[in-house]
Design a binder for this molecule. Structure first.
Ligand SMILES: N[C@@H](CCC(=O)N[C@@H](CS)C(=O)NCC(=O)O)C(=O)O
Length: 219
C-alpha cells in the first residue's frame, strides 16, 4: 500500500491525496511535519518538503507533480490526463502556471498571512507586481468551462483546487486585496463547484478535523 507522508494543512499534500482518492488507490497517511531533520525524511524528500510517498517495498518519491504523474501511470483509470499527448501537455502547462507562476510567488506572503510572520513592504510590492503580471498570463490559459482545462476534470483541477484559494487568501490578508478576484478569477465559485466531488469533500473534512485536533492540543 502507498503511504502518503506530510500533513493536511499543505496544499501540495492535499493535491496528491485528491489524486489518490479520485483514482481509488488504497493508501494510508503518515504525519510528517515541515522542516524535519530526520534522516529518514531527508532520504525521502531531500529538501524536507511535503508531501512525499513511500511504497510498500520502502521506495520513496517526492515532489507532488512527480508523484501525481506516477499515480496516473500506475492507475490510468479514471484518467486525470487526456489521452491525446498535446492535450495532456496543455493540462501540464496549466499546472505549471498554477504552481510555479502563482502559488510559488504568493508563497512569500504565507508567513505573514497564516503563521504570524512578516513580509517587508518591499517584498510585498515585488510579489504584488509579479503576481499581477502572472495572473494576467494565467487568465489567457485557464478555461473554467467548467473545469480549468475545459470540459473534463483533470489533474490541473486537483492542483488549482488546492492552490488558488491559498493564493487568494494570502494576497487578501497581506496585500489587502485578493489579486485573483480583483483580476476577475472567481476562484470561490470554482472551488465550491469542485468541492461537489466526494474526494474533495473527504480532503476538506480531514483538513478540518486535523486543524481542530491541532487547536485542541494547543489549548
Ligand atoms: N514543489 C513541491 C512543493 C512542496 C512544498 O513547498 N510543500 C510545503 C508545504 S505546503 C513545504 O514542505 N514547505 C516547507 C519547506 O519548503 O521547507 C511539491 O510540489 O511537492
Amino acid at each position: 500500500m502507498i503511504t502518503l507522508c506530510g500533513m493536511s494543512l499543505s496544499n501540495y499534500y492535499n493535491k496528491v491525496k485528491l489524486v489518490l482518492l479520485e483514482k481509488g488507490l488504497p493508501f494510508q497517511e503518515e504525519l510528517v511535519k515541515t522542516f524535519s531533520n530526520d534522516p529518514e525524511v531527508l532520504a525521502a524528500s531531500p529538501l524536507a518538503k511535503i508531501p512525499f510517498i513511500r511504497l510498500a517495498d520502502g521506495r520513496t518519491l517526492c515532489e507532488s507533480e512527480v508523484i501525481c504523474e506516477y499515480l496516473e501511470a500506475l492507475q490510468p483509470t479514471p484518467a486525470l490526463l487526456p489521452t491525446d499527448p498535446f492535450e495532456a501537455a496543455k493540462v501540464r502547462e496549466l499546472i505549471t502556471f498554477v504552481e510555479l507562476h502563482l502559488e510559488l510567488v504568493a508563497r512569500e506572503l504565507y508567513g505573514q498571512a497564516f503563521f504570524g510572520g512578516s513580509c517587508s513592504e518591499s517584498n510585498q510590492q515585488r510579489v504584488r507586481k509579479q503576481l499581477t503580471k502572472n495572473i494576467e498570463a494565467f487568465k489567457r490559459l485557464a478555461k473554467f468551462s467548467p473545469y480549468i482545462a475545459g470540459d473534463h476534470y483533470t489533474m490541473a483541477d486537483c492542483a488549482a483546487w488546492a492552490s488558488l484559494s491559498v493564493v487568494g487568501m494570502a494576497t487578501k490578508a497581506v496585500l489587502g486585496e485578493d489579486l485573483l478576484l480583483a483580476a476577475g478569477i472567481d476562484w470561490k465559485t470554482y472551488t465550491r463547484f469542485i468541492a461537489e466531488r466526494p474526494a474533495v469533500q473527504r480532503v476538506v473534512a480531514d483538513r478540518k478535523a486535523d486543524a481542530e485536533k491541532a487547536a485542541a492540543a494547543k489549548g
